[in-house]
Write a protein that binds this ligand. Structure first.
Ligand code: AOF
Ligand code: ZN
Length: 369
């Protein structure tokens, strides 16, 4: 390993620190900061938890008086807005007499959005932005959407065979993808605020929907789409107490069942008064509860409905090199009425192909999002 020491080297370090906090900052972005003075790193910091110190504050605390005349590498534009208790990071950097600030990405938060850069420049600090900016934006995809819309960022994840099946005709589905893919999926669970499935999948698998990695990790809030409240009170997501559970239903769902679920500690949310859950309304209500990102783990019907409604921001489709067959009896990853012409198909944009053991993941952004 012989990385070249330059601005990019320090920004990469800041990005690495930011990424390590992915999943633990709630609705806030992940941000890293490195302070360098005369060829020595004098301060390192990341934003670790919403409500606690920003990256710059943590790094400046470590640097102390050494920050004077130093260069600060920050993965996101330093904030310029007054918040609950603490002054903006811009003011902190100015007070510390930092000479240069190198920023990866501007903060899309309308309260900041360029004013951080302006404030630093007014104070005579040399400022640049854009260095590895895309990497910073990529690790804050959910934040970038949520801060502007208050809607959760939805990543649809599915694991299917080469012939597009998510189970055999008997319903058996353990396992389609290999161990390496499954660990990648559990990392995705750690990084999302919520995990969502349909009642069909719950009745078939009674899943826990927790994060299971070699190391301890965070569990997302479990979200079940269940228009008629068919969920059994004995379901693991109701009884195990491992993470909060939300059930999305409709105003016409059975009142007794609703009460029993609430008594068991589950939150039941009405999403419209139609025959089935209004998914767009569901996203709005989950956003209100500060669920800023959701990992959607299907089944095919819910995947299809979310996709048709234009509510999916990103797709990660894991494909195992297996063929299971089974025709219409074997469920597929996406079920929706579809289009007459191939030219009308939903396509993935900015597609990436990743290898996970023997499996492949196709990752991209649906064109109708
Ligand atoms: C920074 N450095 O490390 C972070 C920033 O809830 P608060 O008070 O922490 O404010 C959150 C807002 O601050 C967030 O929406 C974003 O604009 C900015 N986040 N800014 O200078 C940081 N985490
Ligand atoms: Zn700040």
């Amino acid at each position: 390993m012989s990385a070249i020491m330059n601005d990019e080297f320090y920004m990469k370090l800041a990005l690495q620190m930011a990424e390590s906090a992915s999943g633990q900052t709630s609705i806030n972005p992940v941000v890293g900061c490195v302070i360098v003075k005369e060829g020595r790193v004098v301060g390192l910091g990341a934003h670790l938890k919403r409500g606690e110190g920003h990256a710059e504050v943590n790094a400046l605390r470590m640097a102390g008086a050494e920050a004077e005349g130093a260069t600060a590498y920050v993965t996101l534009e330093p904030c310029s807005h007054y918040r609950k208790l603490t002054p903006p990071c811009c003011d902190r950097l100015i007070e510390a007499k930092v000479a240069r600030v190198i920023i990866a990405a501007l903060d899309p938060n309308p309260e900041v959005a360029g004013t951080g850069v302006a404030r630093l420049r007014e104070a005579g600090i040399e400022v640049s932005h854009g260095l590895l900016g895309q990497q910073s934006l990529d690790m804050n995809e959910a934040y970038n959407k949520y801060i502007l819309t208050r809607l959760p960022y939805v990543t649809l994840k599915s694991a299917s065979t080469l012939d597009g099946k998510v189970a055999a005709r008997t319903g058996d589905s353990r396992w389609i993808s290999g161990a390496v893919s499954r660990q990648a999926v559990h990392t995705m669970r750690h990084r999302n605020a919520g995990i969502m499935i349909g009642i069909g999948t719950l009745l078939a698998d009674d899943p826990q929907l927790t994060t299971r990695l070699e190391v301890a990790a965070l569990h997302p809030t479990r979200i079940i789409v269940d228009s008629k409240l068919r969920i059994p009170l004995t379901a693991r997501v109701v009884t195990d107490g491992e993470a909060p559970t939300i059930i999305l239903t409709t105003a016409s769902a059975d009142a007794d069942k609703r009460q029993a679920l609430q008594a068991a500690g589950v939150e039941v949310i009405d999403c419209g008064d139609g025959a089935s859950v209004d998914l767009a309304e569901a996203m709005r209500l989950l956003g209100e509860r500060e669920i800023s990102s959701i990992l959607l783990e299907g089944g095919g019907r819910l995947n299809g409905s979310m996709l048709e409604a234009g509510l999916v921001d990103k797709i990660a489709l894991f494909i195992a090199p297996k063929l299971i067959g089974g025709g219409a009896a074997a469920p597929a990853a996406f079920e929706f009425s579809g289009f007459d012409k191939m030219a009308d198909a939903i396509t993935l944009e900015a597609v990436k192909y990743e290898q996970h053991g023997d499996d492949m993941a196709i990752v991209g952004y649906p064109s109708n999002r």
